[in-house]
Ligand binder design. Structure first.
Ligand code: NAD
Ligand code: ZN
Length: 248
């Protein structure tokens, strides 16, 4: 185990341009459940496809019901040691950016500037109209939903949805482009807390490796790309990255 930590330290020390890549696993230590751990959200319910959200009142209502049920968890969650270690890698200039599949905004809350966080799957801490992009706050929508049974909709007639990318929804073009540029410039690519089964996101670690970067995966369970990685740590992220970066 300690040899693995030494190797991770060495890879970080000798790298010039690190790109960090995170998934739901970095936020479990902040109290937000992931999807694919044993007992994770999807062992309990199937995701709602974007096309169903667009065509069905019931699907929209169910989507919002699930989102509001999670609101207290998202609102109370704070960055943990893993997020702080990432922030330190960015602050000291070793890492240039963080590509995240997460939608919880905790990287930004840990002090990383917006410009360095590439959100591949959007952000669930606010909502917007799918047509005119008007922003809506979750709290106000929740009051209307719970008191008056109103499913969020916009004055323009569009549907209001959290600012996330659902299955079946197009990936954000700018973010995909920036993530690709950053990946191609990286000499070390560190994955933290992702089962690496959701594409196209999981294509970035593959691309980094094929492009000559070293690939590190820190994840409690095995992932689909372990075989390809230079170093795999089946350990918890907070302790591992916290001790490497000497942050509490
Ligand atoms: P996932 O649920 O598929 O995989 C998470 C992985 O993290 C698991 O393999 C698990 O073993 C590992 N893990 C959990 N806690 C860990 C810890 N403390 N230390 C080390 N490893 C740990 O997550 P994914 O690959 O990100 O895919 C899920 C999708 O769902 C993402 O696209 C994301 O958009 C969304 N999601 C986001 C959040 C969030 O924003 N916090 C939460 C749930 C789901
Ligand atoms: Zn609108």
């Amino acid at each position: 185990m300690d040899n693995d930590l030494d190797e991770l330290s060495r890879l970080i020390d000798t790298a010039d341009r690190i790109v960090l890549f995170t998934g739901a696993g970095i936020s479990t230590e902040s109290g937000i459940p992931d999807f694919r751990s044993p007992g994770g959200v999807w062992t309990k319910m199937a995701p709602i496809d974007f096309r169903d959200f667009m065509r069905s009142d019931d699907a929209r209502r169910e989507t919002w019901k699930r989102r509001f049920a999670m609101e207290d968890v998202f609102r109370e969650a704070a960055p943990n040691r893993g997020h702080r270690a990432c922030a330190e890698l960015i602050r000291c200039g070793k890492a240039t950016s963080i590509i995240t599949q997460n939608i919880d905004g905790l990287h930004q809350d840990s002090g990383i500037p917006d410009s360095k966080v590439i959100e591949l799957h959007g952000n669930t801490t606010y909502a917007h109209c799918l047509d005119c992009k008007q922003r809506y706050e979750i709290h106000a929508l929740r009051v209307d939903f719970e008191q008056d049974n109103i499913v969020p909709n916009c004055a323009c007639g569009g549907w209001v949805k959290t600012a996330t990318i659902s299955f079946g929804q197009a990936m954000p073009i700018d973010e995909m482009r920036r993530a690709e540029q950053e990946t191609l410039l990286a000499d070390l690519f560190i994955v933290m807390g992702s089962s690496l089964v959701v594409y196209p996101a999981a294509g970035f670690p593959e691309l980094a490796k094929r492009n000559g970067a070293s690939l590190v995966i820190i994840n409690r369970e095995a992932t689909g790309l372990d075989r390809m990685a230079d170093l795999v740590l089946h350990r918890s992220i907070g302790d591992t990255m916290g001790s490497i970066m000497q942050v509490e």
